[in-house]
Design a protein around this ligand. Structure first.
Ligand code: KE4
Length: 427
């Protein structure tokens, strides 16, 4: 399979853009080969610059939960664009989407819009530190909360993919305030609280991790984190950039019945345009400027185009009473059928799945933390990735990423996917 046009475009891109990409994980560094340049997307499909189409299991890393260019969202964006792109003033539309979210997501009174998941997570940590007047945070190895300095310590996603989970440029002064625990290890969290009494502002977690591959919280882990935060006067932050409006409309808070103090959003909330957000109860959010002293700002925060794309996407999800049941059923079927084929081939693997998030680890035992995710056979995954790519299936180009299933995936796309898995040959 030659990717002639992508190869030529990648060579040119590397002349002007570091590594030829505007986000490292797109560069295929982990899986090897030339990153495929896409020129369009529609429904469940991507089309590359060599006019090949692929069933898409990235969906822009989560935003395209409806499938690409949903007609109703497209029309809404077009109409909004005719009124202007961004004003830098308050607009009614920002209140409309904020009200819609606050009224449909548990345990939040206010929400602040930003332009990325990184901004949302970075701002939530600053707010937690300002509110508690404490400096330290606890994050979990393999979790990724965007690329702000406090989080690039044993981070997941692209940082894990390239084996530089501790990025150069993050100062010791910053790193010392980020404490690390193993995902699903409540005893380690207890120890950290015991050895840093009164110093921990917050625990931040992906309630279902998607950046070390898909890794699920074990029995009551999230509830026990809630109890530890309450006992120690720390805030619990759910990073729902991936899980928000994907696991349920109320996200992981609704699904697991555990209340976080702050929740961060991204991806689906913007419907494919740049939106992030963070939300919480009045007593915490009132500390944010201009009402409170904790400063946070953004030129394009809440801009009308992105708000319209997000609001229309969220309304379409909310209006479909069976939306989550359908995409979860699709994901369950893919899990079961892919597993059956890999078993028939005698390939040791584990598939972790929650809702419409799943990933395949080529590993003999369960994967419930970053160490176990790292022990999986990633070269076999890379082989699997390229063989599926050759057969028209586009998976996330790293074993440290979750697949995102969209509502546009039907029997047809599942059959194409299973045919490609059946053709997978491994040495
Ligand atoms: P962004 O700044 O990339 O919008 O969001 C950062 C972020 C925060 N929290 C979670 C749980 C996330 O998954 C992300 C971003 N996810 C990656 C995919 N693993 C984005 C892809 C990329 O880096 O290009």
């Amino acid at each position: 399979m030659t990717y002639q046009r992508s190869s030529a475009l990648f060579t040119e891109a590397q002349r002007y853009i570091p590594g030829g990409v505007n986000s490292p994980v797109r560069a295929f560094k982990s899986v090897g080969g030339v990153p495929v340049f896409m020129k369009s997307a529609n429904g469940a499909y991507l089309t590359d610059e060599d006019d090949r189409t692929y069933v898409d299991y990235i969906n822009s890393w989560g935003p395209a939960i409806l499938g690409h260019t949903h007609p109703a969202v497209l029309e809404a964006i077009q109409k909004q664009a005719e009124k202007g792109f961004s004003f830098g003033t308050p607009t009614e539309l920002e209140t409309e989407i904020a009200k819609f979210i606050v009224e449909n997501v548990p345990n939040i009174d206010q929400i602040r819009m930003v332009s990325s998941g990184t901004e949302a997570c970075m701002s939530s940590i600053r707010l937690a530190r300002g509110y508690t007047r404490r400096d330290k945070i606890i994050k979990f190895e393999g979790c990724y909360h965007g690329h702000s300095d406090s989080f690039l310590i044993k981070a997941g996603s692209g940082a894990a993919t390239f084996g530089n989970p501790n990025s150069p440029g993050v100062t010791q002064g910053t790193a010392k305030d980020t404490l690390l625990a193993r995902y699903n290890d409540i005893e380690q969290v207890q120890d950290l609280f015991r050895h840093n009494t009164g110093e921990i502002a917050a625990v931040i977690i992906e309630p279902v991790a998607g950046n070390m591959g898909c890794v699920l919280p074990e029995h009551h882990f999230l509830q026990k984190l809630r109890e530890l935060c309450d006992e120690n006067g720390a805030l619990l932050i759910f990073d729902e950039v991936m899980t928000g409006f994907r696991l349920a409309f109320g996200g992981a808070q609704e699904l697991f019945g555990v209340q976080a103090d702050l929740v961060t959003y991204g991806k689906v909330i913007g419907g494919g345009l740049p939106v992030g957000a963070f939300a919480g109860r009045n007593e915490i959010m009132d500390h944010l400027a201009p009402k409170g002293a904790v400063y946070q700002a953004g030129t394009l925060s809440g801009n009308p185009l992105a708000m319209r794309a997000g609001l229309e996407t969220l309304k379409l999800i909310k209006e479909d009473a069976n939306f989550f049941q359908k995409i979860n059923k699709t994901t369950e079927t893919l899990d079961f059928e892919i597993g059956k084929i890999l078993n028939e081939k005698g390939i040791q693997h584990r598939i972790n799945r929650k809702g419409s998030m799943m990933s395949v680890f080529f590993h003999i035992s369960a994967v419930s933390d970053f160490d176990q995710a790292q022990q999986a056979n990633h070269s076999l995954f890379n082989n699997f990735f390229h063989q599926l790519l050759k057969n028209g299936i586009y998976l996330p180009p790293s074993g440290y990423e979750t697949w995102f299933i969209s509502a546009a995936i039907t029997e047809t796309e599942m059959d194409k996917t299973l045919d490609a898995v059946r053709k997978f040959e491994y040495s």
